[in-house]
Write a new protein. Structure first.
Length: 303
Protein backbone atom coordinates (compact mmCIF):
# COMPACT_ATOMS: atom_id res chain seq x y z
CA UNK A 1 0.00 0.00 0.00
CA UNK A 2 1.53 3.29 -1.10
CA UNK A 3 1.21 6.64 0.64
CA UNK A 4 0.35 8.27 -2.69
CA UNK A 5 -2.60 5.94 -3.13
CA UNK A 6 -3.88 6.77 0.35
CA UNK A 7 -3.81 10.45 -0.66
CA UNK A 8 -5.77 9.53 -3.78
CA UNK A 9 -8.30 7.57 -1.75
CA UNK A 10 -8.83 10.41 0.73
CA UNK A 11 -9.25 12.92 -2.09
CA UNK A 12 -12.04 10.84 -3.64
CA UNK A 13 -13.63 10.35 -0.21
CA UNK A 14 -13.52 14.10 0.35
CA UNK A 15 -14.80 15.14 -3.09
CA UNK A 16 -17.32 12.33 -3.53
CA UNK A 17 -16.57 12.44 -7.23
CA UNK A 18 -13.79 10.89 -9.34
CA UNK A 19 -13.55 13.77 -11.79
CA UNK A 20 -13.33 16.42 -9.07
CA UNK A 21 -10.75 14.40 -7.15
CA UNK A 22 -8.65 13.84 -10.28
CA UNK A 23 -8.67 17.58 -11.00
CA UNK A 24 -7.65 18.38 -7.40
CA UNK A 25 -4.83 15.82 -7.57
CA UNK A 26 -3.69 16.86 -11.08
CA UNK A 27 -3.95 13.31 -12.41
CA UNK A 28 -6.14 11.82 -15.10
CA UNK A 29 -9.39 10.17 -14.10
CA UNK A 30 -8.40 6.78 -15.65
CA UNK A 31 -5.18 6.83 -13.61
CA UNK A 32 -7.08 7.60 -10.44
CA UNK A 33 -9.71 4.93 -11.11
CA UNK A 34 -7.03 2.33 -11.83
CA UNK A 35 -5.12 3.13 -8.62
CA UNK A 36 -8.25 2.83 -6.50
CA UNK A 37 -9.30 -0.39 -8.20
CA UNK A 38 -5.86 -1.83 -7.38
CA UNK A 39 -6.26 -0.67 -3.77
CA UNK A 40 -9.61 -2.45 -3.52
CA UNK A 41 -8.06 -5.58 -5.00
CA UNK A 42 -5.14 -5.42 -2.56
CA UNK A 43 -7.45 -5.09 0.44
CA UNK A 44 -10.03 -7.52 -0.87
CA UNK A 45 -12.97 -5.20 -0.16
CA UNK A 46 -15.12 -2.64 -1.95
CA UNK A 47 -14.33 0.88 -0.81
CA UNK A 48 -16.82 2.83 -2.91
CA UNK A 49 -20.35 2.50 -4.17
CA UNK A 50 -20.50 3.98 -7.67
CA UNK A 51 -23.49 6.23 -8.27
CA UNK A 52 -24.70 8.24 -11.26
CA UNK A 53 -23.33 11.53 -9.93
CA UNK A 54 -20.39 10.35 -7.86
CA UNK A 55 -19.27 7.80 -5.33
CA UNK A 56 -19.99 7.04 -1.67
CA UNK A 57 -17.91 5.16 0.86
CA UNK A 58 -18.89 1.67 1.91
CA UNK A 59 -18.53 0.58 5.55
CA UNK A 60 -15.02 -0.70 4.70
CA UNK A 61 -14.31 2.59 2.97
CA UNK A 62 -15.28 4.54 6.07
CA UNK A 63 -12.99 2.33 8.13
CA UNK A 64 -10.10 2.86 5.73
CA UNK A 65 -10.66 6.62 5.67
CA UNK A 66 -10.18 6.79 9.43
CA UNK A 67 -7.08 4.62 9.28
CA UNK A 68 -5.61 6.47 6.28
CA UNK A 69 -6.03 9.82 8.04
CA UNK A 70 -4.19 8.44 11.07
CA UNK A 71 -1.37 7.03 8.90
CA UNK A 72 -0.84 10.29 7.04
CA UNK A 73 -1.05 12.32 10.25
CA UNK A 74 1.60 10.11 11.85
CA UNK A 75 3.77 10.40 8.74
CA UNK A 76 3.63 14.21 8.82
CA UNK A 77 4.33 14.19 12.54
CA UNK A 78 7.40 12.01 11.99
CA UNK A 79 8.69 14.22 9.20
CA UNK A 80 8.28 17.31 11.37
CA UNK A 81 10.26 15.73 14.20
CA UNK A 82 13.30 15.23 11.94
CA UNK A 83 13.05 18.50 10.02
CA UNK A 84 15.61 21.32 10.08
CA UNK A 85 18.31 19.95 12.43
CA UNK A 86 20.58 22.59 13.93
CA UNK A 87 18.08 25.40 13.49
CA UNK A 88 16.04 27.09 16.25
CA UNK A 89 13.79 24.52 17.91
CA UNK A 90 10.47 24.15 16.13
CA UNK A 91 7.89 21.41 15.87
CA UNK A 92 4.50 20.27 17.02
CA UNK A 93 3.27 18.87 20.32
CA UNK A 94 0.02 16.89 20.32
CA UNK A 95 -1.99 16.61 23.54
CA UNK A 96 -5.23 14.74 24.18
CA UNK A 97 -7.53 15.66 27.04
CA UNK A 98 -11.02 15.87 28.36
CA UNK A 99 -12.48 19.07 29.76
CA UNK A 100 -10.97 20.02 33.10
CA UNK A 101 -9.80 23.13 34.94
CA UNK A 102 -6.49 21.33 35.52
CA UNK A 103 -5.60 22.06 31.89
CA UNK A 104 -4.48 25.45 33.19
CA UNK A 105 -1.20 23.82 34.28
CA UNK A 106 -0.58 22.52 30.78
CA UNK A 107 -1.52 25.90 29.33
CA UNK A 108 1.09 27.57 31.57
CA UNK A 109 3.66 24.98 30.48
CA UNK A 110 2.78 25.73 26.84
CA UNK A 111 3.35 29.42 27.50
CA UNK A 112 6.70 28.66 29.19
CA UNK A 113 7.71 26.58 26.17
CA UNK A 114 6.76 29.17 23.57
CA UNK A 115 8.43 31.95 25.53
CA UNK A 116 11.71 30.15 24.89
CA UNK A 117 10.88 28.46 21.58
CA UNK A 118 8.26 30.50 19.64
CA UNK A 119 8.39 28.03 16.75
CA UNK A 120 6.79 25.23 18.74
CA UNK A 121 3.08 24.75 18.12
CA UNK A 122 0.53 22.92 20.25
CA UNK A 123 -2.41 20.86 19.03
CA UNK A 124 -5.17 19.85 21.45
CA UNK A 125 -7.40 16.85 20.75
CA UNK A 126 -10.46 16.89 23.02
CA UNK A 127 -12.13 13.59 23.77
CA UNK A 128 -12.98 10.98 26.37
CA UNK A 129 -10.69 8.27 27.73
CA UNK A 130 -11.12 5.91 24.79
CA UNK A 131 -10.72 8.68 22.18
CA UNK A 132 -7.43 9.99 23.49
CA UNK A 133 -5.75 6.77 24.65
CA UNK A 134 -6.28 5.10 21.27
CA UNK A 135 -4.54 8.05 19.61
CA UNK A 136 -1.79 8.01 22.24
CA UNK A 137 -1.17 4.28 21.75
CA UNK A 138 -0.99 4.76 17.98
CA UNK A 139 1.61 7.51 18.30
CA UNK A 140 -0.66 10.33 17.16
CA UNK A 141 -0.48 12.10 20.53
CA UNK A 142 2.54 12.88 22.69
CA UNK A 143 0.65 13.30 25.96
CA UNK A 144 -2.83 12.75 27.38
CA UNK A 145 -4.62 14.09 30.43
CA UNK A 146 -6.65 11.30 32.05
CA UNK A 147 -9.17 11.55 34.85
CA UNK A 148 -8.71 9.00 37.62
CA UNK A 149 -9.50 6.31 38.48
CA UNK A 150 -7.93 4.99 35.31
CA UNK A 151 -5.53 2.19 34.48
CA UNK A 152 -2.21 4.02 34.23
CA UNK A 153 -0.08 0.86 34.28
CA UNK A 154 0.59 1.08 30.53
CA UNK A 155 1.96 4.61 30.79
CA UNK A 156 4.42 6.84 32.57
CA UNK A 157 2.61 9.65 34.35
CA UNK A 158 2.65 12.85 36.36
CA UNK A 159 -0.27 13.72 38.60
CA UNK A 160 -1.66 17.24 38.38
CA UNK A 161 -1.80 19.31 41.58
CA UNK A 162 -5.51 19.57 42.39
CA UNK A 163 -8.54 17.33 42.34
CA UNK A 164 -11.58 18.05 40.23
CA UNK A 165 -14.91 17.88 42.03
CA UNK A 166 -18.13 16.41 40.61
CA UNK A 167 -21.58 17.93 40.66
CA UNK A 168 -24.68 18.72 38.64
CA UNK A 169 -25.25 21.61 36.25
CA UNK A 170 -28.96 22.35 36.46
CA UNK A 171 -31.38 25.11 35.34
CA UNK A 172 -31.66 27.82 37.98
CA UNK A 173 -35.36 27.20 38.48
CA UNK A 174 -35.19 23.41 38.74
CA UNK A 175 -35.94 21.42 41.92
CA UNK A 176 -32.27 20.42 42.13
CA UNK A 177 -31.24 24.09 42.15
CA UNK A 178 -33.13 24.56 45.43
CA UNK A 179 -30.98 21.92 47.17
CA UNK A 180 -27.70 22.66 48.98
CA UNK A 181 -26.22 19.54 47.37
CA UNK A 182 -27.42 16.60 45.28
CA UNK A 183 -27.60 13.01 46.53
CA UNK A 184 -28.10 9.70 44.74
CA UNK A 185 -31.78 9.71 45.72
CA UNK A 186 -32.21 13.21 44.25
CA UNK A 187 -30.98 12.01 40.84
CA UNK A 188 -33.21 8.97 40.54
CA UNK A 189 -36.14 9.74 38.26
CA UNK A 190 -34.59 12.99 36.98
CA UNK A 191 -33.62 13.36 33.29
CA UNK A 192 -29.82 13.34 33.22
CA UNK A 193 -27.27 14.36 30.62
CA UNK A 194 -24.15 12.23 31.08
CA UNK A 195 -20.78 12.15 29.37
CA UNK A 196 -20.16 8.99 27.38
CA UNK A 197 -17.27 8.20 29.72
CA UNK A 198 -19.58 8.43 32.75
CA UNK A 199 -21.96 6.04 30.98
CA UNK A 200 -19.31 3.42 30.32
CA UNK A 201 -19.82 0.16 32.21
CA UNK A 202 -16.82 -2.11 31.75
CA UNK A 203 -13.86 -3.52 33.62
CA UNK A 204 -12.29 -0.05 33.59
CA UNK A 205 -12.91 2.12 36.67
CA UNK A 206 -15.77 4.60 36.42
CA UNK A 207 -15.87 7.24 39.15
CA UNK A 208 -19.50 8.31 38.76
CA UNK A 209 -20.89 4.79 38.30
CA UNK A 210 -18.95 3.59 41.34
CA UNK A 211 -20.23 6.56 43.36
CA UNK A 212 -23.82 5.87 42.36
CA UNK A 213 -23.64 2.17 43.11
CA UNK A 214 -26.17 -0.56 42.37
CA UNK A 215 -28.93 1.83 41.21
CA UNK A 216 -26.81 3.17 38.34
CA UNK A 217 -28.80 1.21 35.76
CA UNK A 218 -32.02 2.84 36.99
CA UNK A 219 -30.91 6.34 35.99
CA UNK A 220 -33.00 8.15 33.40
CA UNK A 221 -30.44 9.22 30.78
CA UNK A 222 -32.01 11.81 28.48
CA UNK A 223 -28.85 12.47 26.45
CA UNK A 224 -25.11 11.89 26.35
CA UNK A 225 -22.35 14.31 25.41
CA UNK A 226 -18.68 14.69 24.66
CA UNK A 227 -18.23 18.43 25.34
CA UNK A 228 -19.76 20.17 28.34
CA UNK A 229 -20.50 23.38 26.43
CA UNK A 230 -23.08 21.57 24.32
CA UNK A 231 -24.45 19.72 27.34
CA UNK A 232 -24.93 23.02 29.19
CA UNK A 233 -26.97 24.34 26.26
CA UNK A 234 -29.22 21.29 26.51
CA UNK A 235 -29.63 21.84 30.25
CA UNK A 236 -30.48 25.51 29.73
CA UNK A 237 -33.23 24.42 27.33
CA UNK A 238 -34.68 22.10 29.97
CA UNK A 239 -33.64 18.75 28.53
CA UNK A 240 -32.10 17.57 31.79
CA UNK A 241 -29.37 17.97 34.40
CA UNK A 242 -25.70 17.60 33.48
CA UNK A 243 -23.42 15.48 35.66
CA UNK A 244 -20.05 17.17 35.24
CA UNK A 245 -16.88 18.40 36.85
CA UNK A 246 -17.02 21.85 38.40
CA UNK A 247 -15.87 24.96 36.57
CA UNK A 248 -16.58 23.83 33.01
CA UNK A 249 -19.81 25.75 32.30
CA UNK A 250 -20.95 29.29 32.97
CA UNK A 251 -23.11 29.01 36.09
CA UNK A 252 -22.81 32.62 37.20
CA UNK A 253 -25.89 34.54 38.29
CA UNK A 254 -27.94 35.39 35.22
CA UNK A 255 -26.57 32.46 33.20
CA UNK A 256 -29.75 30.44 33.70
CA UNK A 257 -27.72 27.60 35.25
CA UNK A 258 -26.26 26.73 38.64
CA UNK A 259 -23.92 24.05 39.95
CA UNK A 260 -24.64 21.78 42.93
CA UNK A 261 -22.02 19.43 44.39
CA UNK A 262 -22.69 15.74 44.77
CA UNK A 263 -23.10 14.42 48.32
CA UNK A 264 -21.23 12.35 49.40
CA UNK A 265 -18.52 14.44 47.79
CA UNK A 266 -16.90 12.93 44.70
CA UNK A 267 -13.43 14.10 43.67
CA UNK A 268 -11.00 12.88 41.02
CA UNK A 269 -7.28 13.30 40.48
CA UNK A 270 -5.98 13.84 36.96
CA UNK A 271 -2.69 12.71 35.48
CA UNK A 272 -0.64 13.58 32.42
CA UNK A 273 0.43 10.32 30.77
CA UNK A 274 2.70 9.27 27.92
CA UNK A 275 3.81 5.96 26.45
CA UNK A 276 6.45 4.08 28.40
CA UNK A 277 9.95 4.27 26.93
CA UNK A 278 8.71 7.00 24.59
CA UNK A 279 11.47 8.90 22.81
CA UNK A 280 10.12 12.44 22.67
CA UNK A 281 10.66 14.73 19.74
CA UNK A 282 12.72 17.82 20.61
CA UNK A 283 9.54 19.91 20.76
CA UNK A 284 7.76 17.42 23.03
CA UNK A 285 10.87 17.19 25.22
CA UNK A 286 10.94 20.99 25.60
CA UNK A 287 7.28 20.98 26.65
CA UNK A 288 7.89 18.09 29.06
CA UNK A 289 10.61 20.07 30.83
CA UNK A 290 8.35 23.12 30.99
CA UNK A 291 5.57 20.99 32.49
CA UNK A 292 7.93 19.64 35.13
CA UNK A 293 8.85 23.24 36.01
CA UNK A 294 5.17 24.18 36.19
CA UNK A 295 4.38 21.31 38.56
CA UNK A 296 7.40 22.12 40.71
CA UNK A 297 6.15 25.70 40.89
CA UNK A 298 2.81 24.31 42.07
CA UNK A 299 4.74 22.34 44.73
CA UNK A 300 3.60 19.01 43.34
CA UNK A 301 6.49 16.65 42.48
CA UNK A 302 6.13 14.17 39.62
CA UNK A 303 5.30 10.57 40.46
Amino acid sequence: MKIRVLHYFLAVAREGNMSAAAAALHVTQPTLSRQLAELEEELGVRLFVRRSHGVALTADGLRLRERAEEILELLEKTRAEFAAPGKPLTGDVHIGCGETREMRHLARAMQRTQAQWPGIRFHIHSGNFDDVTVRLDEGLLDFCVLIEPADLSRYDSMRLPDKDVWGVITPSGSPLAALPHVTRADLLGQPLILSRQAMRRSAAPNAFADWFGEDFERLHVAATFNLVYNAALMARCGLGHVVSLDGLADTREGSGLCFRLLEPRLESWLSVVWKKSRLFSPAAQAFFHALQEELRAADMPAK
